[in-house]
Design a protein around this ligand. Structure first.
Ligand code: GSH
Length: 109
C-alpha cells in the first residue's frame, strides 16, 4: 500500500491516516507531494480524483479522504479507526459533515 500525503507541517488531513497506519502497524510506503506549488495539483490528480491528499493506493484501488481511508484500513486490518466507540462515532460524524462536499471517495484505477 502507498499513502500519498502533502507537507507534513501543515497537512493535518494527511497525518490522520499516516498516524493511524503507524499506530496500527500497517506496512506502507509514502509519497509526499509538496502542496500549492507549480504542478502540485497535477501530481495529486494522478492519484486522487478529488485533487486532495491524503490518498491511499492499494493495488488497483484508490481511496481518498482521510476518514474513508481510516474506515478502509479498519475494514482490512480490523485494528485501525475505532468505529464502534463513542469517540469513533463522533469522529465519523465530524469528518462526514466536512467531506460531504467532495463526492465519492473510492474508485477502481
Ligand atoms: N476532507 C479531506 C480534506 C483533504 C484536504 O483538504 N487536503 C488538502 C491538504 S490538507 C489538499 O489536498 N490541498 C491541496 C489542494 O487543494 O490543491 C480529507 O479528509 O482528506
Amino acid at each position: 500500500m502507498k499513502l500519498i500525503v502533502g507537507n507534513k507541517n501543515y497537512s493535518s488531513w494527511s497525518l490522520r491516516p499516516w498516524l493511524a497506519m503507524k499506530v496500527a502497524g500497517i506496512a506502507f510506503s509514502e509519497q509526499r507531494i509538496p502542496l500549492y506549488g507549480p504542478g502540485s495539483k497535477e501530481q495529486i490528480l494522478a492519484f486522487s480524483p478529488a485533487g486532495k491528499v491524503p490518498c491511499l493506493i492499494d493495488g488497483s484501488l484508490a481511496v481518498w479522504d482521510s476518514l474513508s481511508i481510516c474506515e478502509y484500513l479498519a475494514d482490512i486490518s480490523g485494528s485501525s479507526y475505532p468505529t464502534s466507540t463513542c469517540g469513533g462515532t463522533r469522529g465519523i460524524i465530524t469528518h462526514r459533515s466536512i467531506r460531504s462536499r467532495s463526492g465519492p471517495e473510492t474508485r477502481e484505477a
